[in-house]
Design a protein around this ligand. Structure first.
Ligand code: ASP
Length: 324
């Protein structure tokens, strides 16, 4: 009897401590892990949203990059970190594609995380080095097909958005070309600017300024409709690749088991941030669309993630993409 009451009091004491800690949250800086290199598109979104969320939370959110090909290292580290709200993850569509690509994946996107909410939608652009010998998409396609053994396609490794887009493009035009993996599209962009690689598909968050300054050539956007901030660039669909569409979305996650009151505080901060006009304008200038606050919720992210996992499986299989 005594033993039972001791156990009961211990459980009550632990619950009390957990709720007291959750109430004080956040009492120190929060770390947001980014699965790709600094200066790239995911990193850019992370820095905007981390700064905005820090204000309502009253604490700094420190952005740390854990670059790895395909972006699979950061989720694993967040999964294994203490579920106290001080380590969170930003990730993109890769959370939905990697389960189909890696047989040895050491995390489960649905089971191992508490979703916090969706952040934004970002289209991609098909770009090439500035002196690529094609003035429009028709010439570009002709050149790729005629030189498939010579041209090189940069990407951020199997599972990255840039990789997915390239694989779908390859299967759609029925032409295999050489792909060069990097730990993010920031280093890939450096090589594209330097002319060491020929072309790539990357989020507008990374390509807009390079396109505007003429440092890269843009042949298409990958969204269904043209992008308001890059109106002059046609879609792939309107240039003959009917139905081609790759849209990238970003979400925030905490490790499984993070207490609900902590998640609630992160959700409230995210919702405030996506409503912020400065955040919306910053993303819009980079071609991205901020999610409405109704989508910046755990339920919306969980639903979207599940739907995207279901959507990409057959497409990835059809495109014949795989990793070890
Ligand atoms: N988001 C990019 C990609 O998936 C990688 C990056 O952020 O650097 O290709």
């Amino acid at each position: 009897m005594k033993r039972i009451s001791f156990v009961t009091s211990l459980i009550a004491a632990i619950a009390f401590c957990a709720s007291a800690l959750a109430q004080q949250y956040p009492a120190k800086a929060i770390t947001m892990l980014v699965p790709y290199a600094a200066g790239g598109p995911t990193d850019t979104v992370a820095r905007v949203i981390a700064q905005a969320m820090g204000k309502p939370l009253g604490q700094t959110i420190v952005v740390e990059n854990r670059p790895s090909a395909g972006g699979i290292l950061a989720p694993e580290q967040v999964k294994n970190s203490r579920p106290d709200g001080y380590t969170i993850l930003i990730h993109h569509i890769g959370m939905a594609t990697v389960p189909w690509l890696y047989r040895q994946l050491r995390f489960n996107p649905i089971e191992d995380f508490e979703p916090i909410g969706l952040i934004n939608d970002v289209p991609m652009t098909l770009i090439a080095r500035a002196n690529f010998p094609a003035k429009d998409f028709k010439e570009f396609l002709g050149y790729i097909k005629a030189n498939k053994d010579k041209v090189t396609y940069a990407n951020a490794g199997i599972g990255a958005a840039s990789h997915l887009c390239g694989m779908l493009f390859m299967s759609t035009i029925q032409t295999d070309f050489l792909t060069i993996p990097y730990k993010g599209t920031a280093p890939a962009m450096n090589d594209l600017l330097g002319g060491q690689v020929d072309f790539m598909c990357d989020q507008t968050t990374n390509t807009t300024s390079q396109i505007r300054s003429g440092k890269v050539k843009a042949y298409a956007v990958t969204s269904k409709k043209r992008v308001p901030s890059l109106q002059e660039i046609p879609t792939l669909d309107e240039q003959g690749l009917k139905g081609f569409e790759v849209g990238i979305w970003h979400g925030l996650y905490a490790p499984k088991g993070t207490p609900k009151p902590v998640i609630d505080k992160l959700v409230a901060a995210l919702q405030e941030s996506v409503k912020d006009d400065t955040v919306k304008k910053r993303f819009a200038d980079l071609g991205a669309q901020t999610m409405p606050a109704s989508q910046a919720t755990p339920e919306a992210l969980r639903k979207h993630l599940k739907a995207e996992i279901a959507k990409w499986g057959p497409l990835i299989k059809k495109a014949g993409v795989y990793a070890d």
